[in-house]
Design a protein around this ligand. Sequence first.
Ligand SMILES: [Fe+2]
Ligand SMILES: [Fe+2]
Length: 129
Amino acid sequence: MHPLLEKDHQQLIDLIDALDKCVLKGDSMHQVTKYLDAFVALAEDEFKNEERVMEVYKYPEIIDHKKEHVRMLEQLRSVHGKLSKGFTPFGKDYMQYLRNWLEAHLLDADNKLEKFLYQINADSNKTDK
Ligand SMILES: [Fe+2]
Ligand SMILES: [Fe+2]
C-alpha cells in the first residue's frame, strides 16, 4: 500500500475485523452499532483525505473516483440506516457485504490511484538526477 493511503486503509480494515469479532461473539446490538457508526465516520474521513491527495497530485481520474466514493457512501449509509433502526439483524451476510464493499474498491480504484502515486514518485526521482 502507498504510504499516503496506508494508514487510513489499515484503520478501515482493522475496524472491519473488530466488527467481525463483535458479531461472532454475539455482542449486543448497541455495541455492534457503535462499531458500525465508527466505520461510517472513518470511511467518510478516509474518502475526504484520499480526495485531497488526488487533488494535490492532480490525479487524472479524480472525477470518476470521487463519484465512486459518493456511490459507496450512499450504499453504506443505507445499510447503516436499516441496521441502526433495527429493521434487520446484523449478521454474517452484512459482514461479508461490508468486506466486499471495501475490498472491491481497494483492489480496483484505490489500487489504480496507488500506481499513479508511485509513478509520479518514480518520475520525480528521475528528474532529480
Ligand atoms: Fe478511494
Ligand atoms: Fe481508499
